[in-house]
Design a binder for this molecule. Structure first.
Ligand code: CAA
Length: 292
């Protein structure tokens, strides 16, 4: 029998098999948890499995884990297309599309079906107020909090922990113990306001870069080179927007703008048009840049 995992959490659920959900599943499984990842259909579940394999293979190639650890990690992740499979979970992280109603629907269904009354229901939302997710599940609001990971999840160590006005201190501390002692990540406590800490700072920067491009003031290459070569950022703001996903950048900007009404959060038309055109970023092979 394996040793108990700190915080008592060994059975983890993840809802959504996009790049964030898959990354969260991977780091939890690498830490020894038994993970169930739920996607919306059998086809989407297949894609999520492929994403997990791609990331683990990359980790092996980069010398971050050996082939047997990658195989063990893969074997600890079950990818299914039925939310009911999460009934026995001790912690579930939702990582579905960045739309408030979609996240509320998922959290409400989790509150109905997850049996353990102490189970933590977490959201990986980038910007939606956690209190609104908590308020949507009535009696279980004390168990709802934000656990916001950063992309690529296996690489970046930060997790924002966002308790809402309704989250209990005990739940926050259990979640923190899981993030630190199990996942080995570095948390910060972030305020429950749109964008939390990081996106409240990052998104205006990304939008400024898109606006600079839109206004023809500089080329995409010069904007990105400027920040990489002049400020030692690992990638420029336009490439980073494509990595995050332009639909996510737009969704976060809209939430920030709705709450703050400050011009610096207003989504530029270029961003809106690219999303409308399906140019969603690196994931689909085209965004601000072409990746074909
Ligand atoms: N598993 C483990 N480690 C991996 C890995 C994997 N699957 N893939 C890569 N790595 C490691 C590599 O081994 C390497 O580590 P070392 O430097 O120790 O060797 C490191 O990650 C970098 O990998 P690469 O050299 O392959 O790639 P790169 O140098 O081109 O970096 C990048 C790629 C990690 C994406 C880097 O450009 C980066 O950090 N960019 C910024 C990303 C960022 O800002 N993310 C935050 C987005 S905001 C967000 O997510 C929140 C939101 O709500 C919008």
């Amino acid at each position: 029998m394996s040793a108990p995992i700190a915080g008592g959490i060994t059975r983890v659920g993840v809802v959504g098999g996009g790049q964030m959900g898959v990354g969260i599943a991977e780091v939890a499984a690498r830490a020894g948890c038994e993970v169930t990842l739920v996607e919306i259909s059998a086809a989407a579940a297949d894609q999520a499995r492929d994403r997990i394999s791609t990331s683990l293979d990359r980790g092996v190639r980069r010398g971050k884990l050996d082939a047997s650890a990658a195989a063990a990690t893969r074997s600890r992740i079950a990818v299914v297309d039925e939310l009911a499979a999460l009934a026995d979970r001790q912690l579930v992280v939702e990582a579905v599309v960045e739309q408030k109603q979609a996240k509320i629907d998922v959290i409400q269904r989790l509150a109905e079906l997850v049996e353990n009354p102490d189970a933590i229901l977490a959201s990986n939302t980038s910007s939606i107020p956690i209190v609104e997710l908590g308020a949507a599940v009535g009696g279980r609001a004390a168990n709802v909090l934000g656990l916001h990971f950063f992309n690529p999840v296996p690489v970046l160590s930060l997790v924002e922990i966002i308790p809402s006005l309704l989250t209990s201190d005990a739940v926050t501390e259990r979640a923190r113990a899981f993030v630190v002692d199990v996942l080995g990540k570095d948390p910060i406590t972030a305020p429950d306001r749109a964008g939390f800490t990081v996106n409240a700072l990052l998104i205006p920067y990304l939008l400024s870069a898109i606006r600079m491009l839109e206004q023809g003031l500089a080329s995409a290459k010069d904007i990105d080179d400027g920040m990489v070569k002049g400020c030692a950022h690992p990638m420029g703001p336009l490439a980073l927007s494509d990595l995050i996903g332009l639909d996510t950048v737009l969704g976060v900007a809209e939430t920030l703008y709705a709450e703050q009404r400050e011009q610096l959060f207003a989504p530029p038309a270029l961003l809106q048009r690219l999303v409308a055109a399906g140019r969603l970023g690196r994931n689909v092979g085209m965004g601000l840049y072409d990746y074909a």
